[in-house]
Design a protein around this ligand. Structure first.
Ligand code: IPE
Ligand code: IPE
Ligand code: MG
Length: 242
C-alpha cells in the first residue's frame, strides 16, 4: 500500500459498543450473554485495527450512567472486564498493543484497579497500537475533572495564572483524562442508536460519526474494515472552504 492511500486511514478509531442486551434477547438469552459475545468482537476489532494500520483504537466499555443498571448486571460486567483483561493481556502484549484505561477509576473495585494497573504497566512500551478502554467514563465528567485540575493548578502555582488565562483549546487538552491521546478521527456506534451518550464530548468535536445497525456482538473484522473504508471517503473540512 502506498503512503498516499495510507493517509486516508484514521489514526484513531473509537467504537461505542452498543446492543449486547438486544443481541442476547433476540436469542432468548440473558443480557450478560451479549456482553460475553461482545468480547469476541473486541478481539476481532483489535486485530482488524492492526491490519488496517490504525494507531489508536478506543472502546466505550462502561459509562458513568451505566452504574445505574441493575446491580447484578454491573457485577457481571465488572467481573467480565477482570477476566477479559487477564485472558487477553499476554496476546495483546505479544502483538505490540499498549493497553490504557481512562475513566473515573475511583469507582472501580480494587481487584479491577489492580488488574488494570498491571496490564498497563506490562504493555506500557508497546508501539503497534494503543488500545484505550473507556471505563466508568463520561464526557461531562472528563471536562469537569479537567476544570477542577486547572483550578487546583492555579491555586498551587499562582505564578502560572497569566499563562493559564491566555491558554487556547490545545492548552486545555492536557488537563483532560485523554491527555496524550489524539482526538478520534472516526467514532462508530453500533446498534442503530444515533447519540453519543455522554462520550468524548470535547475530543469528538470534529470526529466523523458513523452509526451502523449491526449489534455489537456481530461487529467483527469485516464491519471494522467497512467503517475504515467509509472514513477514507470523507472530506474533512474543519469549517474551511475547499
Ligand atoms: C452495550 O450494550 C454494553 C454496555 C453499555 C455496557 P448494552 O448493554 O447497552 O445493550 P443494549 O443497548 O441494551 O442492547
Ligand atoms: C452507551 O451505551 C455506553 C456504552 C456503550 C458503554 P448505553 O446503552 O448505556 O447508552 P444509552 O443508555 O442507550 O444512551
Ligand atoms: Mg445500550
Amino acid at each position: 500500500m502506498t503512503s498516499e492511500t495510507k493517509s486516508n486511514i484514521p489514526v484513531h478509531v473509537s467504537l461505542i459498543m452498543d446492543g449486547n442486551g438486544r443481541w442476547a434477547k433476540e436469542r432468548g438469552k440473558e443480557r450478560v450473554f451479549g456482553h460475553f459475545e461482545g468480547v469476541e468482537s473486541v478481539r476481532a476489532c483489535v486485530e482488524a485495527a492492526v491490519e488496517a494500520g490504525v494507531r489508536y483504537l478506543s472502546l466505550y466499555a462502561f459509562s458513568e450512567e451505566n452504574w445505574n443498571r441493575p446491580e447484578a448486571e454491573v457485577v457481571a460486567l465488572m467481573g467480565l472486564m477482570v477476566k477479559a483483561m487477564a485472558n487477553e493481556m499476554e496476546s495483546l502484549n505479544k502483538n505490540g498493543v499498549r493497553f490504557v484505561v481512562i475513566g473515573n477509576r475511583e469507582r472501580l473495585a480494587p481487584e479491577l484497579n489492580e488488574t488494570i494497573d498491571s496490564c498497563m504497566a506490562m504493555t506500557a512500551d508497546n508501539q503497534v497500537l494503543t488500545l484505550v478502554v473507556f471505563l466508568s467514563y463520561s464526557g461531562k465528567w472528563d471536562i469537569l475533572q479537567a476544570a477542577k485540575k486547572m483550578a487546583a493548578h492555579m491555586l498551587a502555582c499562582p505564578e502560572d495564572v497569566d499563562e493559564i488565562l491566555d491558554m487556547d483549546v490545545n492548552g486545555f487538552d492536557k488537563y483532560l483524562a485523554t491527555a496524550g491521546i489524539p482526538d478520534p478521527d472516526l467514532i462508530v456506534r453500533t446498534s442503530g442508536e444515533c447519540r453519543l451518550s455522554n462520550y468524548l464530548l470535547w475530543q469528538g468535536a470534529y470526529s466523523e460519526l458513523l452509526f451502523v445497525d449491526t449489534l455489537w456482538p456481530d461487529f467483527r473484522k469485516k464491519e471494522f474494515h467497512s467503517a475504515v473504508e467509509y472514513y477514507s471517503k470523507r472530506d474533512r473540512r474543519y469549517g474551511k472552504v475547499k
